[in-house]
Design a protein around this ligand. Sequence first.
Ligand SMILES: Cc1cc2nc3c(=O)[nH]c(=O)nc-3n(C[C@H](O)[C@H](O)[C@H](O)COP(=O)(O)OP(=O)(O)OC[C@H]3O[C@@H](n4cnc5c(N)ncnc54)[C@H](O)[C@@H]3O)c2cc1C
Length: 402
Amino acid sequence: MNDSSVAPPAAAAPGLAGAGFGERSVAVAAVAARYAGEVDSVPRFPAEAFTAVKAQRLLGIGVPSSLGGEGAAVREIADVCYRLGQACSSTAMIYAMHQVKVACLVRHGRGSEAIERLLRRLCAEQLLLASSTTEGQGGGNVRSSEAAVEHRDGRIHLERRASVISYGSQADGIVTTARRAADADSSDQVLVAFLKEDYTLTRLQSWNTLGMRGTCSEGYTLEASGAAGQVLPEPYEAIHAQTMVPCAHLFWGSVWAGIAAGAAARAQAFVRHAARHAGGQTPPGAPQLTRVLSTLRTLRGVLANSLRAYESRMDDVKALGALDFQSQITLTKVEVSELAVTAVLTAMRVCGLSGYRCDSEFSVERQLRDVLSSPLMINNDRILSSLAGSSLLAPVPGSLSD
Ligand SMILES: Cc1cc2nc3c(=O)[nH]c(=O)nc-3n(C[C@H](O)[C@H](O)[C@H](O)COP(=O)(O)OP(=O)(O)OC[C@H]3O[C@@H](n4cnc5c(N)ncnc54)[C@H](O)[C@@H]3O)c2cc1C
């Protein structure tokens, strides 16, 4: 499929200055929606959508203007994820993962010449960053690394069996966790940023999954080398608590909320369409539409609350590290993913067979397959187990105002 409107001319970039993030993401969403079916069925990277993302210069919006970006707030980036999620889940998730990495580099690479240079290039050239945390058989245990950064001849070297790197082959760079040094403990980690010229990828595993197929999350052996300055100066432990977890949960959650909103819109359109063709009589699943919209409202409320909580603490490292905030932001992922699955499943009940079919204009089967990845992407049960101890100590509020 081709469409000349897919790639706005490069000269359009300066004119974007007046356009808001909302307007620019709507333009990308239109392209992403057009190719979403093909991206899922092949499966393949959503190339047309990312040509549009780059043309709209949306990759660097989270970078401060002093480094060539637009200094977008967390909630503005989350809104782009939500809008894209309604159009193409894979496009939205790729965009979200990139923005999580950008947020880590912006906040924790400040003052590092190598990282600031990388961020300037990212904005100027609209570079797409991938993420590597999953390693070997370690699953979603992000706070443990096997491969270590080695220092040789004044350079750093890393070889890692990365079991999942979404869009690894298409990305312009990879931001990866690693053990600080060969003699460091598995939880003594750093975050390292490599650009394409710094590494090779050898494919270990394909990506043939139920949903999120366009993320192309293949497994690779990553062999990288670079300058010592590419290791972020702060320990990963701090990056994880202050930026990685909050941004991942808020941006991923916004993608899942967007998928749920897309399914809700289809369910509503189905009920209207069916009623028009049955003399005003609504289909049997129609009462479930109220439940879909109510679940979506709850889901958006959880996200909005956590976005506010994060933005209000961003400059207060102590408040970010506090147990109640860490529990809230961690559980946001659990709550949002489960509400999103419920909303999409209920939307399918509204649409009945038309929603269940793969070839209907009211189909929600792709959205359902995609959103089912959300409880697994860092397994909710892993998260709940890790919070089991603090749940025992947490006071149960005795009043509504507590
Ligand atoms: C759409 C999507 C995109 C993703 N993109 C990325 C990405 O870009 N970068 C990234 O780093 N990660 C990515 N992930 C991975 C994600 O972050 C989690 O690491 C992953 O979802 C956890 O997988 P799991 O269910 O295997 O692990 P968990 O449920 O956390 O743990 C499974 C446990 O089972 C055991 N186990 C698992 N597989 C085997 C096996 N074959 N043999 C023996 N034991 C085994 C291991 O002990 C492992 O600890 C992505 C996941 C999804 C769904």
